[in-house]
Design a protein around this ligand. Structure first.
Ligand SMILES: [Zn+2]
Ligand SMILES: [Zn+2]
Length: 156
């Protein structure tokens, strides 16, 4: 029995594709996938079996097994768009930041991020850096100095 109805379409799926499962090449025939309510193409699997995202299969088909803990991200935000150029492997931490609106430059480093207080998207240079984590702090320098002023007035 399959997990869900075979509906919708997957932008990647154009026929059988060889996939790696524990080093064994398996063939997944066309149409053996479905699209979830939140837009993911999943491989049809028996009830109770772990879900397999077509984006992960597509990526593995081209690049080999995905290392543990890594995420395959849809660059354009369309979760059924599994063309290889729309897929990017990244760590869970980077993935969370990308979805929180952090912007990366061509070299993959973050150049801009939203301030958690004023919500503006600002260059990373507008944030103090958390030296321990080598990451910009949640609030921009302006917001941090406002908070300090408020603290100072509060004490006065
Ligand atoms: Zn993503
Ligand atoms: Zn701010």
């Amino acid at each position: 029995m399959i997990r869900g109805p075979l509906t919708g379409s997957c932008h990647y799926w154009r026929g059988p594709v060889a996939i790696l499962e524990g080093g064994i090449v398996t063939w997944v025939p066309k149409k053996e996938f479905y699209v979830t309510a939140d837009g993911y193409c999943l491989k049809a699997v028996p009830w109770g079996a772990p879900t397999i995202g077509m984006h992960r299969l597509a990526w593995e088909n081209a690049n080999g097994p995905i290392p543990p803990g890594m995420i395959i991200h849809h660059r354009n935000g369309v979760r059924s768009d599994n063309r290889l150029e729309n897929l990017e492997m990244m760590s869970r931490a980077t993935h969370l930041r990308v979805h929180a609106g952090w912007v990366r430059g061509p070299d993959g480093h973050f150049t801009h991020k939203p301030c958690c207080t004023c919500k503006r998207l600002l260059p990373v240079s507008m944030f103090y850096i958390d030296r321990k984590r080598d990451l910009p702090r949640p609030d921009c320098k302006e917001c941090v100095s406002m908070q300090h002023k408020r603290l100072y007035i509060g004490r006065g």
